[in-house]
Structures are given as C-alpha cells and as structure tokens.
Design a protein around this ligand. Structure first.
Ligand SMILES: Nc1ncnc2c1ncn2[C@@H]1O[C@H](COP(=O)(O)OP(=O)(O)OP(=O)(O)O)[C@@H](O)[C@H]1O
Ligand SMILES: [Mg+2]
Length: 363
C-alpha cells in the first residue's frame, strides 16, 4: 500500500480559507487522524484528497503517482484515484438495497456480474452484514448503515481509505465498539487510512499518528502520547483532554528542574517542573492536567508544589471524581478515581509532582 503525500494544499471558498497550506505525509499502511474543532477544514482536506473538491494550490501524491497538481493542472477524477471513502453522513443511497449500494462502485467500474457478486459478498462478510443484503437502508439500524458505507468503501480494494467522522451518528456504546472494529479491519487490510474526527478520544484510540488542525492548518502531529504529554501550544493542550493553565515566568534553571514564578491575578507562587525546555525570563503557561493534581485531606509531606485549597465542587462521574478546588483566588480542575474524604467547602491540600507540570511557551 502506498503512502499519501499532501503538499502545500490550499482551498478557498470565496473569502473563507478552508485549507490554509497543509503539508503532511500519511505513511503507508498507517492510520492517521485529522483532529480538530468544527470548521477547521478536515472535511475539505479529505474531499480534496478524494477529488470531490478541487484545491486552489498544492500537490497530492499516492506513492509515486501525482493525482493532483495545481500548477501542472493535473487532477485525476475521484474514480481514478483509487480511494474508498466513507462520508460524514454515510451517504448510502436510500433507494438501493444494501447489496446494490455496495455493488455500485464496482458497476461504475464495469466489472462483470460474477466478480461484482463475489466482491460484494466478501465485503459484506468482512463487516458482518450478509443477512441484510436485500434490505433498504431505511430498514437497517444506524450502526448497520455505517457498516454498509464501510463495505461500499472497501469493496473495490482501494489503496487508500478516507473516513470522515464515520461514527458520529452512533450512540456512545456502539461508537466505542466500532472504533475497535475499524481498527481491526484497517490492520487486516493494511490500508493507508485518513480518519477525520473532532472526537479526541476516538483519535487517541485509532491513530498511529494524530494531526491536530486549527484554522485550516495542521498545528501539531505525533503519536497519541506525544500529543497528550507534549502539546506544543495552548490550543493543542486545551483541545486534547482537559488542562489547567497558570501564567508565569521561568525564574531559575537548576539541574533538571525549572521554577516558574506564577503571576496569575488570583495566585502567586513558585511552581517547580522537571521541564527545562525554556530559558530564564521566558513567559510560559505552567500547564497541569486535572488527573495530575493530587488532593490530600491533611498537609502532605512534600517540599514543593503544595498549596492549601478549598474544595469548591465535587461531582461523582462514576469511576472518577471531578472537582474544582480554589487555591487562593484561582480555580483549578482536578480529577481522581480515588474517593476523596472531604466535602464541598472543606480545606484540602493539593500537590503536583514537578514531572507533571508541562510548559507551553507564550508569545
Ligand atoms: N462548499 C462550501 N462553500 C463555502 N464554504 C465552505 C464550503 N465547504 C466548507 N466551507 C467552509 O470551509 C471551512 C471548513 O469546512 P470543513 O467542512 O472542511 O470543516 P470541518 O473541519 O470538516 O468541520 P466539521 O467538524 O463541522 O465537519 C468552514 O468555514 C466552512 O464553512
Ligand atoms: Mg467535516
């Protein structure tokens, strides 16, 4: 299976720049997600790759083949690009049976009846919908429609699979199960896959590589752990998971340790961190994930990063407690799976391990 290379891709709709210069490579056989908020240009990027949208600038390769080049005026038709696509809304045809839906891409490729039959059977088998063969889409469930769309996308053995929020119409439980099914299928087919989603958990579970998008650009890419533990800017840190930000200045640099002078309106003090990627004097956001704020009911025996706090709110989410604590006049979000023996209004102590304080540079 080939890789897909997208070079300096730009797509405008009038004054709107939907894709603002995307430069990425999707390695062969891997699954890469484009993750970002609504309107950031995910679907447009995917449609440009599929050939349903004509980019204004840029080049797209599948392996060594150029399928789009704005300067050379090359633009292969969607059918010639050899890609399978599942659209944001499935777009299964309501007037065709499940079988006819899946057979359609083969018919427009003028395959023989025997071959069509054999391939449709195989695709239906792969996603487990043989029994629905003669039904209309209106007579199958949302999850089954999703499988029909999937079967239709893989039926002609495309070399690249494009999936645009394929699970967004499903309920939470089914969505979770389908993630694993998609991943299993992707691995089985070994097919280079671009997966579009605005759901960060989905992106984490599915991706070899996550590409975080904002305003038509990929602003950070990396494997799920890199993106979560080393976000390169405020947007990524905030978009992936939850996080507390504290504005401050890097004060001193010791061996393996930095100190950030916190300069929040409601909170002053020193925050120690093992991150040493910024020099003294640099304005940073000391950033702490809610699950990394420990809550103690008595003063812990720790030298640094310990503050008394007031427990402002405590919600049990089943499996974990979600809390707001107030340190001086600054509210922080905390989460823990452990029972916290304190009621709202109580004084508690928070502690943050220096290794859990991420630093993000401010301009
Ligand atoms: N055909 C179009 N005409 C005009 N503007 C468009 C068109 N398609 C998309 N846009 C605009 O381009 C931008 C990117 O849209 P796109 O559909 O790519 O976003 P998205 O990241 O897929 O969002 P969502 O998560 O809501 O699906 C948006 O501002 C959108 O309004
Ligand atoms: Mg979209």
């Amino acid at each position: 299976m080939p890789d897909v290379k997208i070079e300096k891709l730009i797509k405008r709709f009038g004054d709107v720049i939907a894709v603002a210069g995307i430069d990425i490579t999707i390695p062969e056989g891997k699954i890469v997600t484009l993750l970002g908020p609504s309107g950031c240009g995910k679907t447009t990027t995917l449609r440009c790759v599929a050939g349903f949208e004509h980019a204004d600038e840029g080049r797209i390769w599948i392996g060594d083949h150029i399928i789009f080049d704005s300067t050379e005026k090359i633009s292969l038709s969607p059918q010639k690009r050899d890609m399978g696509m599942v659209f944001q809304s499935y777009a299964v045809w309501p007037h065709m049976t499940v079988y006819e839906n899946i057979a359609f891409p083969l018919k427009i490729r003028k395959m023989s009846r025997g071959e069509v039959d054999q391939r449709v059977e195989r695709a239906m088998n792969m996603v487990g919908i043989q029994a629905l063969k003669n039904r209309l889409p209106s007579a199958v469930s949302g999850g089954q429609q999703q499988r029909v769309a999937f079967a239709r996308a893989i039926v002609y053995d495309p070399t690249v699979l494009l999936l645009d929020e394929p699970l967004s119409n499903l309920d939470a439980k089914l969505r979770e199960r389908m993630r694993f099914e998609i991943l299993e299928l992707q691995r089985k087919l070994g097919i280079t896959t671009i997966y579009v989603t605005h759901d960060q958990e989905e992106a984490m579970v599915l991706s070899d590589e996550v590409m975080v998008m904002d305003n038509g650009l990929v602003i950070q890419s990396g494997n799920p752990e890199e993106i979560y533990f080393n976000p390169s800017n405020e947007f990524v840190a905030d978009f992936i998971g939850k996080i507390n930000f504290l504005v401050g200045t890097v004060h001193t640099l010791d061996e393996g340790m930095s100190v950030v002078n916190i300069q929040e309106e409601g909170l002053q003090g020193s925050m120690y961190t093992t991150r040493t990627d910024f020099p003294a004097g640099r304005r940073v956001l000391a950033s702490v994930r809610p699950e990394n704020i420990q809550i103690h009911t008595s003063k812990p025996d720790k030298e640094v990063n310990t503050w008394p706090a007031r427990l402002e709110r405590k919600n049990f989410l089943g499996g974990l407690f979600d809390m707001i604590v107030r340190v001086e006049d600054k509210e922080l979000r905390c989460r823990t799976p452990f029972v916290v023996e304190a009621d709202t209004g109580a004084t508690v102590y928070i502690h943050i391990q220096p290794k859990d304080v991420l630093l993000i540079g401010m301009n």
